[in-house]
Design a protein around this ligand. Structure first.
Ligand code: FAD
Length: 743
């Protein structure tokens, strides 16, 4: 950036000169900014104008205090103080009949160029002899010294309507500023630095007043970092703001490293997470929440996965269950140096990620590579090992600690009247069978009961296995369904029909086959979960029948606590086993909670840290706190959202609905973007960076006292000797970083 300060006297065209210089550079394709210091100056009083030139957008708008070049329109203004803070390499271009050498005693050691702009302007009838208007003349001289082609000067003058004498005067100055002293070169006079003479300008001009005005303040501004709502809302404990900022800088390796600090499943969560971070995102108050989920997926795809480190001989830990909770605990324990063995009842690792969530949402290759990353840390997964109570006691003897994350193994069922033999099944068993090719449902009519992810997955899977018609019956309305909203929409796009406010009660035989009899429901006041309570309706149309060759139940699951000692309650605290005295920690879906992958990952991580701390015997505990400690929250109320412009969300590609019905290929393709456009980076750029100083300098620009400074990469620093506590910095900080406190 080039910064120029023009010193002149009121009424002589200094501000116009600033605009003309800006115009000349603008014509050369540069970004330019010009403004004057307006106040109550009378004609003849000293005034200043500022010009900024850059090859990118100029976002700073405050006064220039350390210019590159100085323009002095009036010889009587020449004084050493003017040049005190300017660049030592910069030019001082003075309107004076004197030579540069004559000015050396005022401007020692400086590059000085002079031009008698008054004489040129008067000869061209610009102003009068008493009050010459020298701006267009000076433009010519400035252009020559700063290396601007005269064509650009001519274009700027013509564009602004300054033709005739103005143009000729500029041309003459363009020639004379050079030739007057040393032909062929700019006038560079480097003289020894002389002690500054007593200037005729007040030495205090431009410096801080002698009165310490900070003493008047009743409040003082400070800067602090706040906790962003996205990170706060992430049950896995991810530093969401941190990885979005890295991705917005195109640094996918750093973004991945940030996620892997808390979760080994970015590719999985980037596909199936309900993304509570997005529900919390402040950006939704402005336009749309940042698409964190798809950015996480892009980070997993593009970031460099680091090499795993091996265990270093700390006490070994057994884990029961290889779902996201068990594997997350295994990963973190291994990183903390514990040898870990995972015992899994099934024939593949991954828990519900493997057996429940269908391929079209989470491809096996993604899950496989994340599990491989975990095992690369030395985690030993033993498949086909059902752990019962006796086996758990053995584990508690053989290992220093045990973590049990067996998920929800009990399926809820439904009492149905009539003949339902061979028709009713559990959605989870259906989904597990579907991963091996599943039953052929060609020509069948399928009903699914429930409103969660399992119900929607079962319905969409049934379509893909050839069903003619699939209906999801739910006792509340679609709006109350706990399944991920996008999954419900995608199911509807694929042709799944939603039957709201219906509760199945039995079967009857009909002409075309079995019919499911459903009770119609209505919504009453909230139940203990806060959702509207479904209650049966009465009257003529209280019952509805649906054609149904197969009914899939998705009514939720419960914990199977038979593995634990009698009387043990499912909670995250360690359970002490009677015989062995061993500590058994519980986590994931088994102990309740949100029932999401991200919550299971977070639960596994917290368990790992608790186990490590319990076994660490005096070594430093590792904090399970998020990346931002216990700082205050950066809610929408502390943000100044008016400072940001709306930016549309980047589009996510999806397979066309028709194509999806016949294939288990992945539906969502992520932030693919047009060729040459990094959609993930652009989407991450929509992150408002709530609660962190991004160095935008809005506070610096708005500070009316000039008492706010900021070094590169640092939050602002306040000069309390002069800060009157006006609070403008607080009112304008876009991200709520600056706040005031009473003194
Ligand atoms: P699980 O994933 O259930 O893993 C438990 C593991 O323990 C299993 O591998 C099991 O075989 C093993 N195990 C059980 N008993 C024993 C034993 N006695 N000995 C040895 N091993 C044993 N959440 C989301 O966030 N997004 C979604 O899109 C989503 N979709 C879902 C779709 C379906 C169909 C289902 C059922 C759930 C979905 N969820 C979703 C919820 C999410 O999958 C679970 O919250 C999460 O998997 C729970 O993780 P967990 O490790 O606690 O248990």
């Amino acid at each position: 950036m080039i910064e120029l300060v023009i010193h002149g006297r009121g009424g002589r065209g200094g501000v116009t000169l600033a605009k003309l210089i800006a115009g000349a550079y603008f014509g050369l394709g540069q970004h330019a900014q010009a403004f004057g210091v307006y106040g109550a100056e009378r004609t003849g009083a000293p005034v200043q104008a500022f010009v900024r030139i850059d090859d990118c957008e100029i976002t700073v708008h405050n006064a220039i205090t350390a210019p590159d070049h100085l323009i002095i329109l009036e010889p009587s203004l020449v004084a050493p103080e003017l040049a005190a803070t300017m660049s030592p390499e910069g030019w001082i271009i003075v309107n004076t009949p004197q030579s540069a050498r004559d000015l050396a005693k005022f401007l020692p050691g400086r590059n000085v160029a002079t031009v008698d702009a008054n004489a040129i302007a008067v000869a061209k009838h610009l102003g009068s002899a008493a009050l010459p208007i020298v701006n267009t003349t000076m433009l010519g001289a400035i252009a020559r010294v700063l290396g601007i082609e005269f064509a650009a000067v001519e274009a700027a003058l013509t564009g602004a309507g300054f033709v005739g004498g103005n143009l000729v005067a500029a041309q003459e100055a363009y020639a004379r500023v050079i030739t007057e002293t040393e032909p062929g070169t700019a006038v560079t006079i480097r003289l020894p630095v002389l002690p500054p003479p007593v200037g005729f300008l007040d030495a205090r001009v431009g410096s801080m007043p002698t009165t310490r005005t900070g003493a008047w303040a009743s409040r003082r501004p400070h800067a602090h970092e706040l906790r962003p709502l996205c990170s706060e809302g992430c049950p896995a404990g991810n530093d969401v703001r941190g990885f979005l900022q890295a991705a917005s800088a195109g640094d996918y390796d750093r973004a991945l490293a940030i996620i892997l600090d808390t979760s080994p499943f970015p590719g999985t969560c980037g596909r199936v997470c309900p993304a509570p971070c997005m529900s919390a995102c402040n950006r939704k108050e402005l336009d749309d929440a940042v698409d964190v989920r798809d950015i996480e997926r892009a980070v997993a795809d593009r970031g460099l996965w680091p090499a795993a480190s091996a265990a270093d001989g700390r006490p070994s830990v057994a884990i029961v269950g290889s779902g996201p909770a068990g594997l997350s605990a295994a990963y973190h324990l291994a990183r903390l140096g514990h040898p870990v063995t995972v015992f899994e009842a099934g024939d593949e690792a991954g828990g519900v990620l493997r057996t429940g969530i269908p391929e079209y949402r989470l491809p096996r290759s993604v899950l496989d590579s994340e599990i491989e990353f975990i095992t690369a840390h030395g985690v030993d997964i033993r498949l086909g090992r059902i752990i019962d109570r006796a086996a758990l006691e053995d584990l508690s003897r053989d290992y220093a600690a045990v973590f049990v994350a067996t998920g929800l193994q009990e399926r809820r069922s439904l009492e149905l009247h009539g003949d339902s033999s061979g028709i009713v099944g559990q959605s989870l068993e259906f989904l597990a069978a579907a991963r091996d090719g599943g039953p052929d449902l060609t020509g069948q009519t399928i009903a699914v009961v429930g409103g969660g992810n399992t119900a929607i997955d079962a319905a969409r899977t049934a379509l893909r296995l050839g069903a003619d018609e699939v209906r999801v019956a739910y006792r509340r309305t679609r709006a109350e369904m706990p399944a991920i909203a996008e999954e419900i929409e995608e199911a509807a796009e694929e042709g799944v029909l939603f039957e709201e406010l219906l509760s199945p009660v039995g079967f009857v035989s009909g002409d075309g086959g079995p019919r499911l009899v459903c009770r119609r429901m209505r919504l009453a006041g909230p139940d203990e979960s806060g959702r509207p309570r479904p209650v049966p309706t009465n009257g003529g149309d209280a019952v509805r029948e649906l054609r149904c060759d197969r009914l899939l139940l998705a009514l939720g699951q419960g914990s199977d606590l038979s593995i634990l000692p009698d009387g043990a309650a499912a909670g995250p605290l360690p359970v002490t086993l009677g015989d062995t005295g061993g500590s058994v920690f519980l986590g994931g879906d088994l102990v309740g909670g949100e029932g999401t992958v991200t919550a299971a990952i977070g639960s596994g991580r917290r368990a790992a840290l608790a186990i490590h701390e319990a076994l660490a015997e005096g070594s430093d505990p590792v904090s399970a706190d998020g990346a931002h400690g216990d700082a205050a929250l950066a809610g929408a109320e502390v943000m100044h959202l008016h400072s940001f412009s709306p930016v549309s969300r980047e589009a996510v590609s999806l397979l066309p609905a028709e194509a999806r019905r016949t294939t288990f290929a992945e539906v969502r393709q992520g932030l693919t973007g047009a060729p040459g456009h990094d959609a993930a980076q652009a989407e991450a750029g929509r992150c408002l960076a709530c609660g962190m100083c991004t160095g935008c300098d809005t506070c610096v620009v708005y500070c009316p006292e000039g008492v706010l400074h900021r070094a590169d990469g640092q939050p602002p620093d306040f000069d309390y000797e002069y800060c009157k506590g006006c609070g403008l910095c607080v009112a304008e900080c876009p991200r709520g970083v600056v706040f005031t406190e009473a003194i």
